[in-house]
Design a protein around this ligand. Structure first.
Ligand SMILES: Nc1ncnc2c1ncn2[C@@H]1O[C@H](COP(=O)(O)OP(=O)(O)OP(=O)(O)O)[C@@H](O)[C@H]1O
Length: 290
């Protein structure tokens, strides 16, 4: 079992912006979802975990090793799948993996070859190993990204917004691949897609404005909202009046009718009861007054 323990972590950028505020998390094997809107601080947290930037205070301990004091240990055990690689070189999938394997310090030629062929098989790209990576579709690129992240048998894999730009079929295939690899390693998935966290993660945290506002098991967080979520179709001009009276967690136009969803411990008059979902947990958390 791998463990990542983050304790009282804070990070302030040079311009004085505090992107991480006193975060503590305990993460074990399996998929951990880090959910939050744009600018919440997810990337800042992940970059700090992998050692790309130093925290102002607090500690990150991976398998008993303090990451700030011993950054090499994290590097040796890390697989990182960024949102986008930017430029895809005109080299074949096999050759690019070979290059990355060398950078990761896999020196033994036969071992490199075995790992690369196994990984290409795992991500379903064996038949495309001689194709140049820049010709790959979005889904193929993401699967290639997983293969490079898995080179060197990492114990912790960090994945930043992995399904952005994938079509539904590619997204399902990619998600099931992540699910398979997360059994024996820590996979941290940073995303603003509630659905991906619901489908994949056994533990999660919701971040906003540099803070962790909520954490736990998705099903348990959903269960806490049982009998507290209500919905109603309203006339748009009445929205402000409802806002004054109720804790509106989201609003949605469905076939030109405006529906509001509210959080209330007591049944509000003329509202429909709604079965809580993880998206209600997310919106309720983000709209709670401090
Ligand atoms: N190098 C930097 N210097 C100053 N401020 C920064 C820097 N990087 C990020 N920030 C700010 O820190 C906050 C958190 O940014 P971060 O990229 O961590 O959020 P995020 O949750 O990953 O968002 P996104 O999903 O848009 O990537 C934002 O307000 C951002 O503008």
């Amino acid at each position: 079992m791998n463990t990542l323990t983050i304790n009282g972590l804070s990070l302030t950028y040079k311009n004085g912006h505090q992107a991480i505020k006193d975060i503590s998390l305990e993460i074990g094997n399996g998929m951990f979802g880090l959910l939050g809107p744009n600018g919440a601080g997810k990337s800042s947290l992940m970059k700090t975990i992998v050692g790309l930037q130093k925290p102002r205070s607090g500690s990150i301990v991976f398998n008993g090793v303090n990451v700030s004091e011993n950054p090499d240990y994290m590097k040796q055990n890390l697989g990182f799948l960024p949102q986008d690689f930017g430029v895809y070189p005109k080299v074949t999938a096999y050759d690019l993996l070979e290059h990355i394997a060398l950078l990761k310090g896999i020196r033994h030629r036969a071992e490199r070859k075995t790992q690369i062929l196994n990984l290409l098989d795992k991500v379903n790209l064996s038949e495309f190993r001689k194709k140049e990576v820049h010709t790959f579709s979005g889904g193929m690129r993401q699967r290639f990204g997983v293969a490079q992240a898995l080179l060197g048998n990492p114990k912790i894999i960090i994945v930043d917004e992995p399904t952005a730009g994938l079509d539904p079929e590619e997204r399902n295939r990619f998600n099931s691949l992540l699910n398979d690899i997360s059994k024996e390693v820590i996979v941290i998935l940073s995303t603003h897609l509630v659905e991906d966290v619901r489908n994949l993660c056994s533990e999660m945290a919701i971040m906003d404005k540099g803070q962790v506002l909520q954490k736990g098991h998705p099903n348990e967080l959903v269960a806490r909202l049982e009998n507290k979520i209500w919905s109603k179709a309203i006339d748009k001009p009445a929205l402000d009046a409802y806002r004054d009276r109720y804790h509106i967690i989201s609003q949605q136009l469905i076939e030109r009718t405006l529906y509001i969803t509210v959080y209330s411990e007591e049944p509000p008059e003329d509202f429909m009861a709604v079965n809580p979902l993880l998206e209600h947990v997310y919106f309720h958390t983000l709209t709670q007054k401090p």
